[in-house]
Design a protein around this ligand. Structure first.
Ligand code: LM2
Ligand code: CA
Length: 475
């Protein structure tokens, strides 16, 4: 169950293209992800889902909110993101570009509302023709001990596992029938070339059922065990904690880590009152690096206040650079659509089908394409597992460190530039700053910096910016 790895010069960086349609993911794999050195891409929940036909109460103004996809109604692959044929072709295209595909898998529940779907299916709560009937769901009273049938106490083990998460029909993942249906679905995806999964609501499935399900999964087309990253929000005690799930999959999501990154880069309530100096031992107290899919934000935490968002602009880019440079976890870069209301729909046609991504429009935010980020993807791939050395900080918002003798970076989260001499531990020479330029035919397209015979470099670290280079960026 290895972290994503593919192609020469790649290690493990993943892009999370949340609610990009399949055709757009495919062109991104060929046009950007492959060439920039991304090893993997996480795509959205691909099974047929709820398609709402009318608005709910007064505050409900969006007919097709982004969260429709978290309400599956079958395991057919017709969705807001495209057809089954488009999905398959996307996987093939991405793999050819050296980018492995990881799928967001909803295994805890089925839809909690509505009656029609993107695939044109009709269904009702607890009845999904040809797949599940009422006997395949946990029920209030017999299984779920809460008075409403919903999870009321997130510290109560039986509630967390058998009651309904926000009213979503809770699958009997402890039954052979449900496990077989889920395995059939996930194995179909693996057969199409998918390399692993982000498992939605894994806390609400529980360790035993997750492990039993994974035993039923086939090897990937590369001959590996599928990579399985479990979504487990922090805050739960004991066996409900992320730490308690590290043995139940390949990794857990870094949901405590993204909170800490936000706190360091942007303390509440004022921007810049935290300090990057605290990141000297980032990872302390969190799940082990090799067992964590780390990120600055995801689709939930960009909305719930836990994490930095694209709206933080340069601060967000700087945080992405830190995560890629520091080497905690398998790093993932999140890119999705712009929003103001938290329920907003991704750019869609009137029927809710998501339209092609246009990174040049204000409707989409392509963080993974930013030169500040792609430069650090290359850095990450080059430095590999080299340890963090030569750490330096000013106790505030200026930090610098090396990754062994393979690379060096300085990050400045203050509002004014700083010029200073740093120890890098790298060999003497002139290097291309990969945050602004790249080396091609021995020439740097951006600014260069010079390391002297003592391994020292004198640089100006821009306000809300970084300077970074690796051994491979000598010119
Ligand atoms: C997740 N991880 O465990 C996803 O990352 C998260 O985005 C999902 O919630 C959740 N679990 C279920 O997969 C989102 C969204 C919810 C939304 C659900 C289901 O944050 O607001 O709930 O998807 O679409 C919506 C309504 C809610 C309603 C529910 C069921 O907002 O009010 O509950 O549908 O009808 C009565
Ligand atoms: Ca459950």
């Amino acid at each position: 169950a290895g972290a994503p790895q593919a192609g020469p010069g790649r290690t493990d960086v993943m892009a999370n293209l949340f609610e990009w349609n399949w055709d757009s993911v495919a062109s991104e794999c060929t046009g950007t992800l492959g060439p920039a050195g991304y090893a993997g891409v996480q795509v959205s929940q691909p099974a047929d889902s709820l398609k709402r036909t009318k608005l709910g109460d007064g505050s409900d103004t969006v007919l097709h909110p982004w969260w429709e996809i978290y309400q599956p109604v079958s395991y057919e692959l017709t969705s807001r993101m495209g057809t089954e044929a488009q999905f398959r072709s996307m996987v093939t295209t991405c793999r050819r570009a050296g980018v492995k595909v990881y799928v967001d898998a909803v295994v805890n529940h089925m839809t909690g509302q509505g009656s029609t779907s993107y695939g044109g299916r009709t269904y009702s709560h607890f009845e999904y023709a040809g797949l599940y009937d009422a006997s395949d769901f946990h029920r209030k009273g017999t299984d779920c001990p809460s008075s409403t049938g919903g999870i009321e106490d997130f510290n109560n083990l039986r509630q967390v596992r058998t009651c309904e998460l926000v009213g979503l029909a809770d699958l009997r993942t402890d039954s052979p029938k449900v496990r077989n249906e889920l395995a059939k679905y996930l194995n179909k995806l693996i057969g199409y070339g998918v390399s692993g999964f982000r498992v939605d609501a894994a806390k609400h499935v529980g360790q035993d059922d997750l492990l039993a399900l994974q035993k039923k999964l086939r090897d990937t087309v590369d001959g590996d065990r599928p990579y399985v990253a479990l979504e487990v929000f922090g805050g739960g005690p004991g066996i409900l904690s992320p730490q308690a799930f590290t043995g139940a999959g390949s990794a857990v999501l870094g949901l405590d880590g993204d909170i800490q990154i936000k706190n360091a880069f942007k303390s509440y309530p004022a921007d810049g009152t935290g300090s990057l100096a605290v990141l000297k031992t980032f990872g302390d107290g969190l799940t082990p690096s090799g067992k964590t899919l780390s990120f600055v934000q995801n689709h939930d935490t960009e909305r719930n206040g836990d994490a930095l968002t694209y709206k933080d602009g340069a601060t967000n880019l700087l945080a992405q650079q830190f995560l890629l440079a520091y080497g905690y976890g398998t790093p993932q870069v999140y890119s999705s659509f712009a929003w103001s209301a938290t329920d907003a729909s991704p750019p869609s046609d009137p029927g809710g089908l998501i339209t092609d991504t246009d990174c040049a429009s204000e409707a989409w935010v392509c963080v993974h394409r930013d030169k500040a980020v792609t430069g650090l993807v290359g850095f990450h791939n080059h430095v590999g597992r080299a340890p963090v050395t030569h750490w330096w900080d000013n106790g505030g918002n200026l930090i610098a460190f090396s990754r062994g003798q393979a690379g060096w970076i300085a990050l400045n989260n203050d509002k004014s530039p700083v010029t200073r001499t740093f120890d890098t531990g790298l060999a003497a020479g002139t290097y291309c700053d990969v945050t602004r330029g790249s080396v091609s035919k021995g020439k740097c397209s951006g600014p260069t910096v010079t390391v002297d015979a003592r391994g020292q470099v004198r640089v100006t670290v821009p306000a809300k910016g970084a300077v970074a280079f690796t051994r491979a960026d000598r010119v």
